[in-house]
Design a protein around this ligand. Sequence first.
Ligand SMILES: C[S@@+](CC[C@H](N)C(=O)[O-])C[C@H]1O[C@@H](n2cnc3c(N)ncnc32)[C@H](O)[C@@H]1O
Length: 204
Amino acid sequence: MLKAGPASLTAACPMAEMRFLGRFFVNLSSGRRSRRRYDWVRAQLRLPPGSEILEVGCGNGDLAARMAEGFALARCVAVDLDPRQVAAARRTLARRYPEGAPAAIEIREADMTRLPFPPASFDAVLAFEALHHAGPDHHDFERVSDALGEIDRVLRTGGALVYEDFVHTDRLRAWLTEHGYAIGPVVRRRRRESVIARKPLLRS
Ligand SMILES: C[S@@+](CC[C@H](N)C(=O)[O-])C[C@H]1O[C@@H](n2cnc3c(N)ncnc32)[C@H](O)[C@@H]1O
């Protein structure tokens, strides 16, 4: 069952919206790219069946569907700030599951810098090419660190942040290390990094 999200937050952060061409290309190649990403996450991340995960900046929702199926998740919430991307994700699910999407999958409109979930809600958070979009422009790290703070809040202790990005790569790892995360594995392709970072069980 697909759940409706809160009212649009786009007005609060208009610069974070992707332009038409950006959305077009992101959604166009998304199937092959999300299969590669899914295969990598599957090989690197241990998530017991029944786990609960969140994907921020979910785009067209293809990865979230693969995750929900492949990991037998109890809950897979995929959020995006842009209502057009939320609609695209709902269309992806409608095509993939003509009889109705699994109840575990929720698509919602939400801002990764103000996540509408209680603390410690998820075992893993995914952010693929999404974190640098948190800011009004891609060079602004302040909003990205707000997003990291929110992700940290909703992650359970020992939970994993799985991300891929090509902007702020050093600052992302620095923020996570400062907050006690164990970084690794890290895969680099040119400027792009794919990272799994574990939230500490205890924080000093
Ligand atoms: C480059 S796209 C990546 C989409 C998808 N993860 C993929 O790799 O195909 C970035 C996505 O982040 C979304 N986004 C931008 N700012 C956001 C925010 N503050 N909160 C949640 N999503 C956001 C955009 O609408 C867009 O769908």
